[in-house]
Design a protein around this ligand. Structure first.
Ligand code: GCO
Ligand code: MG
Length: 444
């Protein structure tokens, strides 16, 4: 074959190829006028299960969503430590039959319909159940995509998640030692508390017990001993541990709003990183006065279950850190929206992250923290050996930073056999009353 023939053949071949392509795109565009071909084969939810376990004595509820693709399942956190069995019932009796047969890929659609499937909504029990389903679907989507969830929502904005540790002590000396320990572990942010919330150990006059009011096991907590001791606590820690440490404190809505304002003003000179829950959500309208009275950064939200509680405070810039508990809001789908809303009003994240979240819930916090611009700080928890046995892939902490692994989804799995080794503690989980000296109930 001479050169002229070769070129002629080649030209003919290309022409044929492009005609084929053209006809194809025609077919594709023709098809795009119809319903485009699904790249991912349909994936149906086949079962929604609630798994109970307590490897760290907290009553965890983890939802496992099984699918029509064998071996493909997702995990979600539905932990409500004070009412776990109510959440389990909401999952097993309502969300399981509701979700079976539905498309596991359409997370938002499923969230919206599950959310209104109870007609009444925005409560702690149903939101936690919904969160378990929601987070599990994000885990599945990450596994289908072969990516960690943070990649699905835009990838990393930081190499790891700065987090705070908890320090407490019955007196300032014990507290100082605990702060030094956490500093040695590499934490730059440390929450300081003098005993339990509101420092009940400082209250001594349990007149209600003498009067036989309430039960002897009820806790006494008067406001004044706490209000007087807390500025002294900050003063001691600043003097003993220095100026470059970021100090956080949780008022845990234990005092009246007016007292809260006065205490915040007294703490200004110690430059707290934030003070959390100065008042209860029922008194949210007091934030305007708090904002006007003090420059102390305010964190709020762990008790929020409804948009009515967070939208106003964020859009009016009345708080600096939004601290919702992801599963109490209805899950990851909701928290993403809260984070996006907050960004436009200079409110940063500080998601609730103590013991009453499962490692799956903590992982969801951290994946979100990695991917949002308005990340503030993350509350941390160390997972003991039992938790690591039950939840392979638990997040880790190094030098005060939280890390998730790079496995698809949340990167956290569950060993159900190990989970069954850690039943719930005897006590159902509700909070015992806290009272003033005259017996008046305190919001714990
Ligand atoms: C925090 C919280 C917790 C809650 C607890 C309720 O800031 O971590 O206040 O300690 O009290 O999660 O179960
Ligand atoms: Mg708190």
């Amino acid at each position: 074959m001479n050169r002229r023939e070769l070129i002629k053949t080649f030209a003919l071949g290309t022409a044929a190829g492009s005609v084929g392509w053209l006809t194809n795109t025609d077919a594709n565009s023709a098809e795009s006028r119809g319903t485009p071909k699904r790249v991912l084969p349909p994936l149906k939810i086949t079962k929604v299960r609630a798994i109970r376990t307590a490897p760290q004595r907290t009553r965890l509820v983890v939802v496992k969503v099984e699918t029509s693709e064998s071996g493909l399942y997702g995990l979600g956190c539905a932990t409500f430590n004070q009412r776990p069995l109510a959440v389990v019932t909401a999952i097993e009796e309502y969300l399981d039959p509701f979700a079976r047969g539905r498309d596991a890929d359409f997370i938002e659609d499923l969230w919206q319909n599950a959310y209104t499937s109870s007609y009444w909504r925005n409560g702690p029990v149903l939101n936690n159940a919904l969160s378990g389903l929601d987070m599990a679907l994000w885990d599945i989507k990450g596994k289908r995509a072969g990516m960690p969830v943070y990649q699905l929502i835009g990838g990393k904005c930081r190499f790891a998640v700065d987090c705070y540790a908890h320090s407490t002590g019955r007196d300032v000396k014990e507290l100082e030692d605990s702060v030094h320990q956490n500093r040695e572990l590499g934490f730059r942010h440390i929450r300081i508390q003098l005993g339990g919330y509101g420092s009940p150990q400082l209250s001594t006059e349990a007149h209600f017990k003498d009067a036989g009011f309430g039960l002897p096991k009820d806790t006494l907590m008067d406001a004044q001993p706490y209000l007087k001791a807390t500025p002294k606590m900050f003063e001691h820690i600043r003097a003993a541990c220095g100026d470059d440490i970021e100090l956080l404190h949780d008022m845990h809505e234990r005092v009246e709003p007016r007292d809260a304002i006065r205490l915040l003003k007294e703490l200004e000179r110690y430059r707290p990183f934030f003070v959390e829950d100065p008042i209860a959500p029922e008194a949210n309208d007091y934030f305007r006065q708090i904002r006007a009275a003090t420059t102390v950064p305010i964190a709020m939200g762990e008790l929020f279950n409804s948009p009515h509680e967070w939208v106003g405070l964020i859009k009016d810039r009345l708080i600096d850190f939004i601290r919702v508990h992801l599963s109490q809001t209805g899950g990851f789908t909701v928290a993403r929206k809260i984070a996006t809303l907050a960004e436009w009003f200079n409110v940063r994240s500080a998601w609730h992250g103590p013991g009453d979240l499962s490692p799956v819930g903590h992982a969801a916090n951290i994946h979100l923290d990695l991917a949002i611009h308005n990340f503030g700080i993350q509350e941390s928890l160390r997972f003991n050996e039992a938790s690591q046995e039950v939840f392979p892939g638990c997040p880790t902490i190094t030098n005060g930073y939280f890390y998730v692994n790079e496995a698809p989804g949340w990167g956290v799995d569950i060993n159900e056999e190990a989970a069954s080794k850690y039943p719930y503690p005897e006590h159902p989980g509700y909070w015992e009353p806290v009272r003033r000296r005259d017996g008046t109930a305190v919001r714990p």
